[in-house]
Structure formats: structure tokens, C-alpha cells
Design a protein around this ligand. Sequence first.
Ligand SMILES: Cc1ncc(COP(=O)(O)O)c(C=O)c1O
Length: 132
Amino acid sequence: MVPLGPNVDGFEGDLEAFLGLPEGRVVALNSGTAAIHLGLIQLGVGPGDEVICQSFTFSASANPIAYLGARPVFVDSEAETWNMDPALLEVAIEDRMRVTGQKPKAIIPVHLYGMPAKMDEILEVARVQDPY
Ligand SMILES: Cc1ncc(COP(=O)(O)O)c(C=O)c1O
């Protein structure tokens, strides 16, 4: 769906240079949906898995979970940024481990309306739950 050519190649190359990555490590996609979909495939998400997603978002944040036959587990927002509540994230992970015996495969926070989610706290919960 993306008209490929020198502009896309140049954008990918510029981004690799900016990030200090070797050639061929950045790929431009046609949409945010495709980027989330590809990311979840890279993480090995598949049928029967659960993936945590923010409940207050556009449906496209959760659609790629369903495309892969996985199940979204929605986490509510906190009042300051309206994005994923790190405390409720922890509750959700513990609940899913208790009910299914498995950790959710991934967490999809959203920076809705340009407001950054509380990433430090979200990453801290993710690290405690999965230190590797
Ligand atoms: C919060 C959110 N996530 C994902 C998407 C999906 O992005 P795209 O339309 O580029 O697939 C959108 C699109 O509006 C969005 O608002």
C-alpha cells in the first residue's frame, strides 16, 4: 500500500542513521495498525495469547491483537494523563496470571491525543512482572 521509492528508502536510511542502527533495520509501514500488527508478530503473539491494551483509545490499537487470534485485556486510565493506569496494569497482570496461569504476552500503552502515558511506571510494572 506504500508507494516505495527513493523517498521511503531515504526516510528509512535517515532514521537508521539518527538511531545509530545498521542498514536494513528500519522499515516504513503504511499505518499505525500495521506497525502494531508487525510488532505483535515479532513478539510471538498468536492464538490463545492475551495482550494488554489501554481501554480509552481508538479501536485500531486493539484490532491487531484480534487479527492474530489473541485476546485483548483492557486496562482503564488514570486521571492525570487519561492513559493506561500503571496500578491497574499490575492488577490486570496479576489477575490474568491467577485466572489463566500465564502472563499476557505484551502491553500496548497509548499516548492518546499527544499526552504521554506514564511510561516510567508502566515499564517498572512490566520489568517487575517480567525481569528478563
Ligand atoms: C490511538 C490510535 N491507535 C492506533 C491508530 C491506528 O493508526 P492507523 O490509522 O495509522 O492504522 C489510531 C488511528 O487513528 C489511533 O488513534
